[in-house]
Write a protein that binds this ligand. Sequence first.
Ligand code: MSP
Length: 629
Amino acid sequence: MKTYYITTPAYYTSGEFHIGNAYPSLICDAMARYKRMQGFDVMFLTGTDEHGQKVQIAAQEAGLSPKQFVDGLVDNAKDLWTLLGISYDKFVRTTDDYHEKTVQAIFQILYDQGDIYKGVYEGWYCTPCESFWSDSQLDNSTCPDCKRSVARSTEENYFFRMSKYTQRLIDHIEANPDFIQPASRRNEMLNNFLKPGLEDLCVSRTAFDWGVKVPFDPAHVIYVWIDALPNYISGLGFFNEQEDNTRYWPADVHLVGKEIVRFHTLIWPATLMALGLPLPKQVYGHGWWTAEGQKMSKSFGNVVYPRMYTEKYGVDALRYFLLREIPAGQDGDFSHRRFVERYNGDLANDLGNLLSRTVAMTVKYLGGKVAGQVDPEIAEFIKEINIAYCSQMDAFNIPAAMVEVWRLIGRMNKYIDETQPWILGKDESKKDELAVVLASLCEALCVVGSRIEPFMPKTSKKIFEQIELVAFGNTSPIKFIVRPGEALFPRIDVATDMSPLGVIASVGDIVPDVPRATEDSPEITIDDFAKIDLRVAEVLVCEPVKKSDRLLRLELDMGNGERRQVVSGIAAYYQPDEVVGKRVIVVKNLKAVKLRGVESQGMILCAEEGDKVKLVEAPASIPPGGEVR
Ligand code: MSP
């Protein structure tokens, strides 16, 4: 059986885990579940990085020994992974005996072969980062990583001869374009770090003792990265007596935050080269979450902890949002408004309604037993979706794979509108047609149920509890048995729902919940369209809305001397002065709403361009007030 080995970073045991820490574990979990379904022999490893001065100090402050301190945090982390359904196979703690044994063995091998040597270090030390810096590396006399002050330090230390591996690393990265992904991170490593040449790395510390001791010089502890990175092989039984899982090496993917790609693509491969072990096939740098437009930080009071959302909206809703909201490899923002939009739109409306409508009609018209053949057009569409889904998952693009599943959901909702089973159900002569429609819906929902398992395992199970696939092919006339069950995602009432963080201040701040158009939006008639009064308007004034990163307030010349104000969520895409003077298109007869306390008397039309949003503009020759038809 083909193996698949995927790892999360080893998380620092410095505090309670927030959504940013949950993120890499969720991505790895989704990939591990997908690969298991594809028949791979999967090893999914996660763990904690528990040594270092920061932990020692935090433990002292808490009146605990470092081990007691980290034990509590590791218990919390494991509970959280269980809650979130993280299906890891191995959890490595850097304080585990077998891990320490591996780290010491590596240090000894490298020392014996001359890759580690003792030298004197003179430079600048940053305590929070536990890093030494040279004069040229400092950023305005501060630590280049955290921008905090540094102290002059002279120490006798052990060094890893990283410089020796510079050219081999360059050659490897250039010959293996997939090694560092996304590609932008690869160029950064090559141009900013490797091309100028690597310096030898200081790999021991004497300032504290909460760490793995240098085997032949116990006054030194081994520097955090040389301690933490080998977790990826200690967990497989390299250089220790753990169960021998070395067949999983090299890893298929190390998923790591963008800020630690450097350590994983320079220090770690150089260490592996020194050990004569193959390099991981890929290091994938994921992006960072902000919360409500700001860096998450305890001092801002905006840290989003997973439980805030799982308790109120369910684990799968949070898993869906975190995996779907930001494009693979990019940064993104956790905003409550977006969460509610996705929940009510993608989950309650699109998926939840598809299941509840299908189940209700199947029970009503067929007594819950479906025997028809699948509509060939739908069968073809499902085939297409399956291919696209797998190719996105294989390319490590989870959000794009999710889009494919939702394309199928959208198609099937439209199929219900097109085929109108409630009309077929009243006509005995249309019995066979009805059976085909309901069989197609059940079949599509089973595909959806299995394709979302990597993202939303509980929801997948709930779908199969309601639609049981009882026979494949032609072995039995009955293919599905359908039983009504609970609603998958009860709608969030936007009129009363508040953010668990309390960041969103009032009800009016939440954009009204309008079902979003998809490629497969239901048809409307010309009469429906005629109800919408679209007009050209000129933007006279544009300014930001207070306490909102998203909204701009526009004053519009509507023609015939009429002036109106509209609030629009385009602040991320336009500077206010770029908008003034534009001829935009306004939905004139839209009911007014208040957004962040500001009344919006209409809505301006925008179009999506990739991740961006652009104003739809009318030609300059059309005066304000001109009708758009
Ligand atoms: N201990 C090191 C990794 C050693 S790997 C051998 C470490 N730990 S960490 O706890 O600081 O980070 C663990 C992961 O959490 C990283 O992938 C990091 O990017 C991720 N996140 C922490 N905060 C985050 C956000 N706000 N958003 C997304 N992920 C971020 O680094």
